[in-house]
Design a protein around this ligand. Structure first.
Ligand code: HXC
Length: 257
């Protein structure tokens, strides 16, 4: 499929999705949304693909939702179309999606990165929810995901002042998994994604699903959910293979069954 606002390429079992509106610092408009959802749905369906990476340019992951597209909209337009609720599909992807963030990840860009399963940051990354400066608020989950990632104090300060967080602070605060030199970011993210794509596919989905459950349940229910999924994997061929391969000191060969 050809996209106008994205570059999508398969690097072996890794789907690399590059936001590509450089003239607008990858601002997220309706076309980006539609294309990103289409690309992620194709990725989720393709048995040959095991993990996706979403990235931008070295200057900007995405500088936010497209302010020029939003500026003329009224309440009826926004509420009536449930503006950008379509982004819920990103977090609903069943296979893992890594955000590789260099440069600006602001507003909707920060929110898109946080919808991914984890963030790898280039050392020049800058995260922020500066919507308050436009007299609005985060609208794609930022007010909920940012406090879960960095705690209330930093999230509240960032939302109320619009200040940006650099890569070093983002790692210290738990927003990003790791910081790497910006020039090596995509390569590192694809390598990390390849490692994940090399794991048994059902175990990958189960691990993702249960870590996400930690943000939706109380501890006892979450532990119960984990245990049931863990038990369930003993009904798979790949569990037999994985444990046999360990005992026989060889790599496992997965069937995804
Ligand atoms: C539309 C944008 C844009 C955006 C940048 N551009 N951000 N267009 N929407 N969010 C455009 C600029 O208008 C400009 O186009 C070109 O990209 C380059 O940007 P500059 O500002 O010239 O670059 P620079 O001086 O380097 O400054 C970079 C920047 C700044 C600090 C990132 O662009 C900026 O502050 N952008 C807005 C950040 C923001 O407020 N994001 C939150 C958006 S609200 P021209 O044509 O002039 O050259 C949001 C809500 C989410 O995200 C919820 C939705 C449901």
């Amino acid at each position: 499929t050809a996209y106008e606002t994205l570059l999508v390429e398969n690097r072996g079992p890794v789907t690399l999705i590059t936001l590509n509106r450089p003239q607008a610092l990858n601002a997220l408009n309706s076309q980006v949304l539609a294309e990103l959802i289409a690309a992620l749905e194709a990725f989720d369906k393709d048995d040959a693909q095991g993990c996706a990476v979403i990235t931008g340019s070295e200057k900007a992951f995405a500088a936010g939702a497209d302010i020029k597209e939003m500026s003329g909209q009224g309440f009826a337009d926004m509420y009536g179309s449930n503006f950008f609720a379509g982004y819920d599909r990103v977090a609903a992807t069943r296979k893992p999606v890594i955000a590789a963030v260099a440069g600006y990840a602001l507003g909707g860009g920060c929110e898109l990165a946080m919808m991914c399963d984890f963030i790898l940051a280039g050392d020049n990354a800058k995260f922020g929810q500066p919507e308050i400066k436009l007299a609005v608020t985060p609208g794609m989950g930022g007010s909920q995901r940012l406090p879960r990632a960095v705690g209330k104090a930093k999230a509240m300060e960032m939302c109320l002042t619009g200040r940006l967080m650099d890569a070093e602070e983002a790692e210290r605060s738990g927003l990003v998994a790791r910081v790497v030199p910006a020039a090596e970011l995509v390569e590192d993210a694809v390598r990390t994604a390849s490692t994940i794509a090399g794991m048994a596919p059902l175990a990958v989905k189960a691990n993702k699903e249960m870590v996400n459950a930690a943000y939706e349940t109380n501890l006892q229910m979450g532990i119960q959910f984990e245990r049931r999924l863990f038990h369930g994997l003993f009904g798979t061929e790949d569990q037999k293979e994985g444990m046999a391969a360990f005992v026989e000191k060889r790599p496992g060969k997965w069937t995804g069954k």
